[in-house]
Design a protein around this ligand. Sequence first.
Ligand code: EPU
Length: 441
Amino acid sequence: MKSVLRVNGGQPLVGEITVRGAKNFVSKAMVASLLGTSPSVMRNVPEINDVQIVAGLLQLHGVAVSWDQAAGVLSMDPTNVDLAGAGEIEAHAGSSRIPILLCGPLLHRLGEAYIPDLGGCRIGDRPINYHLDILRKFGAEVEKYTDRGIQLSAPNGLVGTKYELNYPSVGATEQLLLTAVLAEGKTELRNAAIEPEIMDLIAVLQKMGALISVDTDRVIRIEGVEQLQGFNHTALSDRIESASWGAAALATGGEVMVRGATQPEMMTFLNTFRKVGGDFDITDDGIRFVHPGGKLRSIVLETDVHPGFMTDWQQPLVVALTQAEGLSIVHETVYENRFGFTSALRKMGAHIQVYRECLGGTPCRFGQRNFYHSAAISGPTPLTAADIAVPDLRGGFSHLIAALTAQGTSNVQGIKIINRGYENFLGKLEALGADVEMVEP
Ligand code: EPU
């Protein structure tokens, strides 16, 4: 089976590609469809594995799903929602992080839920303490928690609550929203995550009939309603994929027009892109990312929750920073273990040192602990081809960018992971003139 991507690098990526809906929104809105009493329709849905995985989970629970992949239209009819068999659920263990978000909706619909143990990228410990704590505060009981699945019930229904997050977790905020909208009475969440994907989820829930208000100080208030209907919604664009192609244009010295990319959600990335020396042109159709020639500049960067620089933008940009003049510093404050991908870059000739210390001023939870969460990148260093293995989704895309930047032929293993979040990435690479080919290992 052809599972290795052979990349003949050293050519700038030049051309146009299209980015559709955000993976980290579409999968959550699909879960929201479980809350409605009528069918939901979502548009601008990308053809990625994570959508397939969540569609499979919904189907296991009796949701009728139809997906026109070319048109990007997904229809979900939750009329016959039912419990799934334990064996079928357990077969999904380790596949994704989305199943935990099914808890609230299933508890509302069925009074109980059994969900598979979680997967997702290994970029840190990724605990679910906030999720379970929130569900318990609403009145759910966690009955069994094994490495195959988590059993919950809500014998007395779910009742609104007050909760303050220690850290503005995206998933925990979504957990609370998906549970509060049908819970009895009022719910208040303090220190909520306010990522654009969460705002789009709130828009979906409002279309369904929910009452949600968002204050300027990370406080979200929800008044539970008795019933929600289906929604009809066009997903916001994937700002992580857009930035990944932008970083690829910069690292390879090319020019990539990303149709579908939108400015408001990408302002922080665009500022950084400009500081590094990249150019961009924003049109009604998308954003053109350009390496204008000349030298790239080193920067100091810290990842943070929205409106900060996204952790998921970090890995692709670091590859471009290997081509910048001087010393760049990157402090990762969202995940404790998101520099694993740099070992492959070092193998390819990059000068990157990782540190346990906080190299930045943003308060971070990892400073006094044993985590390599800061990096110093000195450049520019020519990259040379290597045989590398993809560690996770974003790190994997960075490896791809590095292989495209490097002179010579690289072999990239484990490339399938990238299908989880990048639609038709091979077709897009070819459209941008990359010399790539799937080969036998
Ligand atoms: N955290 C806890 N306890 C919890 C939940 C989270 O300590 O119960 C911690 C995490 O360990 C992490 C931090 O809080 O250090 C932030 O995690 P968050 O919950 O915000 O992340 P997530 O919901 O698991 C989503 C995206 C990630 C993205 C982050 C941050 C999805 C499916 N995943 O993860 O995307 O990096 O938000 O924006 O939406 C990716 O797309 O490749 C990806 C990893």
